[in-house]
Design a protein around this ligand. Structure first.
Ligand code: CA
Length: 235
C-alpha cells in the first residue's frame, strides 16, 4: 500500500475539526490536528504533513502568520479554511502563498476536491509542467495552444487580442488555481498597475464573449468574487 497523505488540520473549533477529520480519515488520509498556532508550528516541522488545512482565526495568533512562517522555507500546500466573509483575508492569504481557500460552510466532497487538487498541483510544482511539455492546455472544448499563441473553442480560433491571450494563457498555466486580480495585473501590465481592475474586467468581458457560450454563466473562466479568476481544470 502506498503511504497515505498526511493532512494537518489547524482549527480551534472542535465541531469543524471533527467534521473534517471524519471526512478525511474515511477517505484514506492520515489526519493530525492542531488547535492553536503554536501547536501547528510545532507539528509542521515535526510531523511533515503533505498539506495544511488552515483556519485563519486561531486563539493565539492570526493564521496568516503561519502561512508566512511556512513560506520562508517550504512550498507545502496550504488550503485556508475561512468563516470570514471578508474577501480581503482570502486575497491576503493567497498573496502570502496559500494555495487555495474554502469558505465555511462546505461539504465533504468540496473539501476533498480542493485537497486532491492542491496536493496534485504541489506534486507538479505550482505551474503545470504538463502544460509546458505538451505546449497545450485543454479542458472540454477549450484549447490553449502555447506554440501558436492561439485559443480555440470546438476547433475554431477565437481570435483573442494579445492581452486577452496573455490573460487566458496565464490562467491556463495555473488551471484550477485561483489567480488574484493583482497577480494578473502585475503579470500582464507590469508593476505599478495597481487599481487597474477596470481594465482587467473589460478584457475579461471580451474574453468571455469570445470563449463562453453564455458569458453570464461561464463554463471555463470562473470569477471568485473579490479575489480573482480560476480557469476550469479537467476532472
Ligand atoms: Ca477559529
Amino acid at each position: 500500500m502506498p503511504p497515505k497523505d498526511r493532512i494537518l488540520i489547524v482549527e480551534d473549533e472542535n465541531s469543524i475539526s471533527h467534521f473534517m477529520s471524519m471526512a478525511l480519515t474515511s477517505n484514506d488520509y492520515d489526519v493530525i490536528v492542531a488547535r492553536t498556532g503554536a501547536e501547528a508550528n510545532g507539528m509542521i516541522t515535526s510531523q511533515c504533513p503533505d498539506l495544511i488545512l488552515l483556519d485563519l482565526g486561531l486563539p493565539d495568533m492570526d493564521g496568516l502568520s503561519i502561512i508566512k512562517t511556512v513560506r520562508e522555507w517550504s512550498q507545502l500546500p496550504i488550503v485556508v479554511v475561512s468563516a470570514r466573509m471578508y474577501e480581503r483575508d482570502k486575497v491576503t492569504a493567497l498573496d502570502m502563498g496559500a494555495d487555495d481557500y474554502i469558505t465555511k460552510p462546505f461539504g465533504p466532497s468540496e473539501l476533498l476536491a480542493r485537497i486532491r487538487a492542491a496536493i496534485r498541483r504541489a506534486r507538479i510544482n505550482g505551474a503545470r509542467p504538463d502544460v509546458v511539455l505538451m505546449g497545450k492546455y485543454q479542458v472540454a472544448d477549450l484549447v490553449i495552444d502555447y506554440d501558436k499563441h492561439q485559443v480555440s473553442v470546438s476547433g475554431v480560433n477565437v481570435r483573442l487580442t494579445q492581452n486577452e491571450y496573455k490573460i487566458v494563457s496565464l490562467l491556463g498555466r495555473y488551471a484550477g488555481k485561483v489567480i488574484t486580480y493583482d497577480y494578473i495585473l502585475k503579470e500582464i501590465w507590469g508593476p505599478g498597475s495597481k487599481g487597474g481592475n477596470q481594465i482587467l474586467r473589460v478584457n475579461m468581458a471580451n474574453i468571455r464573449r469570445k470563449i463562453e457560450k453564455k458569458p453570464a454563466e461561464p463554463e471555463y473562466i470562473f470569477t471568485e468574487a473579490g479575489v480573482g479568476y480560476r480557469l476550469r481544470e479537467e476532472e
